[in-house]
Design a protein around this ligand. Structure first.
Ligand code: CA
Length: 241
């Protein structure tokens, strides 16, 4: 049974999440502030972390964990749909980022997805897995910095990986070139917009070579780029089912 630490001060949200997670078979521990959460971090498999807590920001806890080398997966909850926060959360070592309001079912699904992603299975059985789970053709592992499209390991540069990571933090959402630059290099980094175009072109070529549709990364003219929902865009070698 996976143990989830839920760090959330809003009682109604905490209760509904705890209920949904328990019903789905997780052992849930609840902490309503940072001080209560800290000693519980080491004994859980995943942390659902609210950002705005009475005794500080959830980012502080995330930062402390990652600085200490703790890689317990963290899903950040935020009431602000702020691109900067989202990128900061993911860059800060969060494994997923969810904006309020959300449904408890969505969080349960994300908890499952993050655990699946971060806990390598002892044996890979792609065929039976495909029957049991909706297949996600695009898979990024922030810890190993490896990206797979289906079973193909993508040979990405550091910048290409970060570009893909930012885009995949919010599939279907258009990121401006500036947002992508900020997400990859940090705010204020002096490179031209064309740099992004060149990296997108290279990334697209590698994805296509791995069997992805050229439309997986879509150009929004005059605005920027979006990553299409990978399971909604058929690749060249997708199954006919
Ligand atoms: Ca809060």
């Amino acid at each position: 049974m996976h143990r989830v630490l839920l760090v959330e001060d809003e009682t109604a949200i905490a209760e509904s999440l705890a209920f949904a997670l328990s019903r789905d078979g997780f052992a849930v521990t609840h902490a309503a502030n940072l001080a209560a959460a800290r000693p519980l971090c080491e004994t859980c498999d995943l942390i659902v972390l609210d950002l705005m807590l009475p005794d500080g920001s959830g980012f502080a806890l995330l930062h402390a964990l990652r600085s200490a080398g703790q890689r317990t997966p963290v899903i950040v909850l935020s009431s602000r749909d702020d691109e900067t926060d989202r990128v900061a959360g993911l860059e800060g070592g969060a494994d997923d980022y969810v904006v309020k309001p959300f449904s408890p079912r969505e969080i349960v699904a994300r908890v499952r997805a993050v655990l699946r992603r971060t806990q390598p299975e002892p044996t890979r059985r792609p065929s039976s897995d495909a029957l049991l789970r909706p297949s996600l053709p695009l898979h990024l592992d922030a810890e190993t910095r490896r990206a797979h499209y289906q079973d193909t390991l993508l040979d990405l540069t550091r910048t290409e990986f970060d570009l893909l990571r930012v885009l995949s933090s919010a599939p279907e959402r258009v990121f401006t070139r500036q947002q992508l630059l900020d997400g990859i290099f940090g705010a204020g980094y002096a490179v031209t917009d064309r740099t992004i175009d060149a990296h997108v072109k290279a990334l697209r070529r590698k994805l296509t070579a791995a069997g992805a549709s050229p439309d997986l990364i879509e150009t929004e003219r005059g605005v920027g780029y979006r990553l299409r929902d990978p399971s909604a865009v058929a690749g060249t070698d997708s199954s006919d089912g």
